[in-house]
Design a protein around this ligand. Structure first.
Ligand SMILES: *[C@@H]1O[C@H](CO)[C@@H](O)[C@H](O)[C@H]1NC(C)=O
Ligand SMILES: *[C@@H]1O[C@H](CO)[C@@H](O)[C@H](O)[C@H]1NC(C)=O
Ligand SMILES: *[C@@H]1O[C@H](CO)[C@@H](O)[C@H](O)[C@H]1NC(C)=O
Ligand SMILES: *[C@@H]1O[C@H](CO)[C@@H](O)[C@H](O)[C@H]1NC(C)=O
Ligand SMILES: *[C@@H]1O[C@H](CO)[C@@H](O)[C@H](O)[C@H]1NC(C)=O
Length: 491
């Protein structure tokens, strides 16, 4: 959840939540790193004098052989050429039944590719592939503009947008991936190209949900729109109000007379705090206009609260930007379901039971988070040839995220077990209620769920994505047998 990284190696990639701890480079990567060091000077870093930090402590433990910070698409192409030719010389490019394992990868850190340039009468902006959400909001706000960005300021543009990108503005404009007009991409052979509805339309389709399987995206041309201050309110409720809150939240998510208010967004949270030894239900109301108490939330606002914090301000202030880096362990897992009021109550009950069993884990902060993919956002997925997610329905889809933070490596197995159990039980309940969905949001999927993410896009989209992958990357550099193996792979 930080700036976008593209870890590459001579046959090892780091970069996934459960990646093994890799040792320092020896052999092949060290040679490649030396070559990059000569070419990139102060934009190159050996690990022993690198203070680089990454959001998740598990990933912080994965030591790359070196890190390089390209400043342009040309630099990215040069790095890729260096890595690929090095591996080719060693005869270790993927061939069936023949590839080796080496330690320590090369981290390609796109953080210098973070410019934001406003184009064409304020209707679009070119955003660097390594820009963080809060930086994009800030750059656009100087002109009273905004874009379809996320809720967490430190998240990088690349991974967020390539996977989907749910936003407080999604009820109005759709997900981030449906608001990209053009991608600038470096392909595995070092070619710099663009993909839009009219140029490379297949690649354009694939990049709208296909993740890191096609190339390294160095710039996104995105929709911008006039935007003033937004309303945000976070409210907590006592346990005896849960049913009432869930009733009203369910209405907000499903009742057309409420969800047709496109300024509206609402996220539901059920979290455990070890400090207070308590589970708390809370919600964040979002409204795209500076209205103090938007009428769309009137029914919810009649329910007594334990606390309520309200703010009217710019998006850059409303996003949560205070993540600590590299010290806390995190695990996400996800499920999507058709609207169901019973599933919400059952979901909280199941989550609570599973968390109760691991309450001893130090630093434990687990949350059950849910919000809908609204009808308008689903409709927006059909624009410009459609995206790869395979979501086509007349009713909303509820996304559920089980997100857990904790402190110690010795508890990884406890948290994994809690998460797997919760998802399995939620899924069984969804199946019983007839509301299960094949779709899993890639940016919330756990490593254990990675192998079923793309099949959740539907068989036709899966096959199409694989064909496009083979066409743009015939040597499989960006596949699970290539040089960039982390995250969710098509092949
Ligand atoms: C890391 O080192 C760079 C270059 O020496 C410096 O500019 C930066 O502030 C340091 N960051 C942290 C988090 O210490
Ligand atoms: C942005 O909006 C504010 C408030 O309406 C206005 O005072 C300011 O001049 C605007 N800035 C630009 C660059 O248009
Ligand atoms: C609900 O719980 C709160 C404290 O958590 C308490 O003050 C309130 O009286 C309770 N309401 C009912 C109707 O039981
Ligand atoms: C949910 O259950 C269905 C049917 O048993 C199964 O095919 C699917 O893989 C399960 N999904 C998850 C996320 O466990
Ligand atoms: C690079 O790959 C693309 C996609 O396969 C191809 O169209 C292009 O011709 C290749 N460029 C070179 C220089 O080989």
């Amino acid at each position: 959840m930080t700036r976008i990284l593209a870890p590459l190696a001579c046959l090892v990639a780091t970069g996934y939540a459960t990646a093994p701890v890799l040792e320092r480079a020896n052999g092949p990567s060290a040679q490649t790193c030396s070559q990059l060091s000569s070419a990139f000077g102060s934009a190159f870093h050996w690990p022993q004098n690198d203070n680089f930090t990454i959001w998740d402590a598990k990933q912080q433990e994965v030591h790359p052989a070196c890190r390089v910070e390209p400043s342009s698409a040309n630099d990215v192409a040069k790095i890729l050429d260096t890595l690929v030719s090095h591996c080719e010389r060693r005869g270790s490019l993927p061939k069936p039944g023949r590839f080796q394992f080496s330690r320590g990868g090369v981290t390609v850190d796109l953080n210098r590719l973070s410019g934001v340039e406003i184009l064409q009468g304020d209707t679009r902006a070119r955003v660097g592939g390594g820009a963080t959400t809060v930086k994009v909001y800030e750059a656009l706000e100087s002109q009273n503009l905004s874009f379809v960005g996320g809720r967490v300021g430190s998240v990088g543009m690349g991974g967020f947008t390539l996977g989907g990108g749910t936003s407080p503005f999604s009820n109005k404009y759709g997900w981030s991936l449906d608001n990209v007009y053009e991608y600038e991409v470096v392909l595995s052979n070092g070619t710099i190209t663009t993909a839009s509805e009219t140029h490379n339309p297949d690649l354009y389709f694939a990049l709208r949900g296909g993740g890191n399987n096609f190339g390294i995206v160095t710039a996104f041309t995105v929709r911008t729109f006039s935007q003033g201050p937004v309303f945000t309110s976070t409210t907590t409720y006592s346990a005896n109000q849960s049913n009432q809150v869930l009733d009203k939240v369910y209405d907000l998510y499903t009742d057309k007379s409420l969800s047709s208010d496109k300024e509206m967004g609402y996220d539901l949270y059920y979290s455990y705090s070890s400090e207070s030894d308590r589970f708390t239900l809370s919600g964040t109301q979002r409204y795209g206009k500076p209205v103090p108490n938007p009428p769309v939330f009137a029914a919810l606002d009649r329910i007594p609260t334990l606390s309520r914090n309200t703010n009217i301000g710019r998006m850059s202030e409303a996003v949560d930007g205070t993540d600590s880096m590299g010290t806390t362990r995190h695990l996400f897992a996800t499920l999507s379901v058709a609207p169901s009021r019973s599933l919400l109550s059952e979901g909280l009950r199941i989550f609570q039971e599973e968390v109760e069993a691991i309450k001893h884990v130090p630093g434990l902060v687990p949350s059950f988070i849910s919000y809908p993919l609204q009808r308008n956002a689903i409709k927006a997925m059909k624009q410009r040839g459609g995206n790869a997610l395979g979501i086509d329905r007349d009713e909303p889809l509820f996304l559920i995220l089980i997100s857990t933070a904790w402190s110690e490596r010795t508890n990884d197995a406890d948290v994994n077990r809690m998460t797997v159990n919760t998802i399995e039980r939620l899924n069984a309940t969804a199946n019983n209620l007839g509301v299960a969905s094949r779709y899993k949001y890639i940016n919330y999927a756990s490593a254990a769920q990675a192998s079923t993410v793309f099949s959740g896009y539907g068989d036709e989209n899966l096959q199409r994505l694989r064909r496009i992958q083979k066409a743009v990357d015939p040597r499989g550099i960006f596949t699970s047998k290539g040089l960039w193996r982390g995250f969710v792979k098509l092949l």
